[in-house]
Design a protein around this ligand. Sequence first.
Ligand SMILES: Nc1ncnc2c1ncn2[C@@H]1O[C@H](COP(=O)(O)OP(=O)(O)OP(=O)(O)O)[C@@H](O)[C@H]1O
Length: 254
Amino acid sequence: MSLLHLSEVTRTVIPPDQPALTILNGVDLTVEPGDRVSIVGRSGSGKSTLLNLMGLLDQPTSGTLTFDDRPVKSYSSAERDRVRGARIGFIFQQFNLLPGRTALENVTMPLLYASGTQFWRRKAIAAEMLEQVGLGHRLTSLPDRLSGGEQQRVAIARSLVRGPSLILADEPTGALDLDTGQTVMELIDDVATRTGAALVIITHDPAIATRARDHYRLDRGVLRRADAGVGERTAALAADGAGASGAGAFGASA
Ligand SMILES: Nc1ncnc2c1ncn2[C@@H]1O[C@H](COP(=O)(O)OP(=O)(O)OP(=O)(O)O)[C@@H](O)[C@H]1O
């Protein structure tokens, strides 16, 4: 059973007064539970368009997109919203935290749409999640009192607080310096490993990408498997050297 599957997926748009533009062309991709996938592509190659499809925000023009082996086109729009809210976590370059709300309030927000225990225990769950990302001592801090790395940790906690099966990370370290970016990447991988979530990371940074297990390159809307090359071997060696059992696929940073 696959978590997410794209088969021969095409996405075409028709801009006003212009010919049709095919942004994605025959994309095939399977993401299984617990997978670590990287997708690298230049600006304009179709990364955001692909992310919007994987996040059930858009529909393919042709081809098949399934989530939990069910064609996404068979979901009602309310069902799609529910699946997206409960099963998919988005992490973006921009943290998009609500400025007047504390870290705890920001992370509690997605649980307002949950039901049962997740709803009733929302504050405790959000606090636990902030603890997991190393911010248990900053629950009442407002975003403008936090560093960029800390804000991204809050955003990660908010994305993962409902325990998604699929994490879609779009340039998650793009607004951070190199060291903070490495730490944040390890954190995302660590949380994904602990929860068994699949992680798809979209990046232009080969150093981040080569730490995944499955590598793809998107070139003018065409997705191809890519050889991870030296970077993957380096990451594997680093992980071996660290000797950390159960370490995530993105491994320890140098
Ligand atoms: N609704 C639309 N109408 C017209 N053109 C579009 C539309 N959506 C995307 N495009 C074009 O399709 C191409 C791919 O867009 P997309 O945003 O997916 O690229 P990207 O790889 O995410 O780029 P970047 O890294 O710069 O964000 C671009 O040339 C973009 O201008």
